[in-house]
Design a protein around this ligand. Structure first.
Ligand code: SF4
Ligand code: SF4
Length: 294
């Protein structure tokens, strides 16, 4: 039985990606199971989904604690320890990212890293940060476990019309543009760790915050989440056009827009999650939403 753990952010189609992946395995004549795990149930928060596949019926009903394969749909999750929890030495990581240094910096020892700039492809082709289908294409190329011929019908079951057309483009681009980097790493004896030796904290108050939720802190009973890392576009205010009306501050759902000494209202990028509400509401059209990487 193979196990794949998917990491994404709410709104990126992580769960749908897991379902399409399981669908693709079933089309190959395999058994597959899939289920999600949510942190905070809101757009932008960290989400996991679990896919198991094999030639025998699958009876496991747990989360995947010791994945040999990780699929990361969002580059901001690559700097989080939670993403790699339990990852087996010698496993495979497929990530929406441009370089692998930040993955290795987290102390993992994969045998293969697959990379594709999923955000760029999704944004250019669909105008969104929804990388799920791009990453399925990359997973197919990097692992060879499934082919585009298995994933395409799964995608066709979930989309129609123009959305389907765009998703078939990003599926192919994810596949064709994925880079495969191989390492001389063998599976280690850490594979022998028993599930029961892994300390889980769901029933205990953890010593450090382990989930991205506002109630996960243990020291002060509250944790400030820097929601700015959820952003793929940022608002940029043109001060010359700004009428200093303050409407952007009024409408910002995270309250990160404040009046500055000059009378202008500006965003705090540590917390701005890039929803675009301020740009939509600004009566002067003074706010542009620009891609993070521009
Ligand atoms: S809503 Fe627009 S015009 Fe008003 S303060 Fe904000 S940026 Fe300036
Ligand atoms: S995009 Fe604008 S409204 Fe949305 S979080 Fe950022 S500052 Fe607030």
């Amino acid at each position: 039985m193979g196990e794949i753990r998917l990491h994404g952010r709410g709104g990126q189609g992580t769960v749908m990606a897991a379902e399409m992946l399981a669908n693709a395995f079933v089309r190959q004549g395999k058994y597959a199971s899939v289920f999600p795990s949510f942190g905070i149930e809101r757009r932008g928060s960290a989400v996991q989904a679990f896919v198991r596949y094999g030639d025998q019926p699958i009876r496991e009903k747990t989360k995947i604690y010791r994945p040999e394969m990780l699929l990361a749909l969002d580059p901001t999750l690559l700097d989080k320890k939670d993403t790699y929890e339990g990852f087996k030495t010698g496993g495979v990581i497929v990530a929406a990212a441009k370089d692998h240094a930040r993955i290795l910096a987290m102390g993992v020892k994969p045998s293969i890293i697959g990379l594709v700039d999923g955000m760029e492809i999704a944004y250019r082709e669909t105008g969104t940060n929804i990388t799920n289908v791009v990453m399925l294409g990359a997973l197919a190329k990097v692992t060879g476990l499934i082919g585009l011929g298995d994933v395409t019908p799964a995608v066709e079951e979930n989309f129609s019309g123009e959305l389907l057309r765009k998703n078939l483009i990003v599926l192919k681009r994810g596949h064709d543009e994925a880079k495969v980097i191989k390492f001389d790493t063998q599976a280690g004896d850490d594979d022998a760790v028993s599930l029961f030796e892994i300390k889980k904290t769901s029933c205990l108050e953890p010593k450090t915050a382990v989930f991205e939720s506002s109630w996960s802190d243990c020291t002060n009973k509250v944790q400030i989440i820097k929601t700015g890392e959820w952003r793929f576009k940022r608002p940029v205010t043109n001060k010359d056009d700004c009428r200093r009306c303050g409407l952007c501050a009024l409408y910002c759902p995270v309250g990160c827009v404040t009046e500055r000494p000059s009378g202008h209202y500006l965003q705090d990028y540590a917390y701005c999650k890039g929803c675009g509400v301020c740009a939509f509401e600004c009566p002067a059209g003074a706010i542009d939403m620009v891609l993070e990487e521009e």
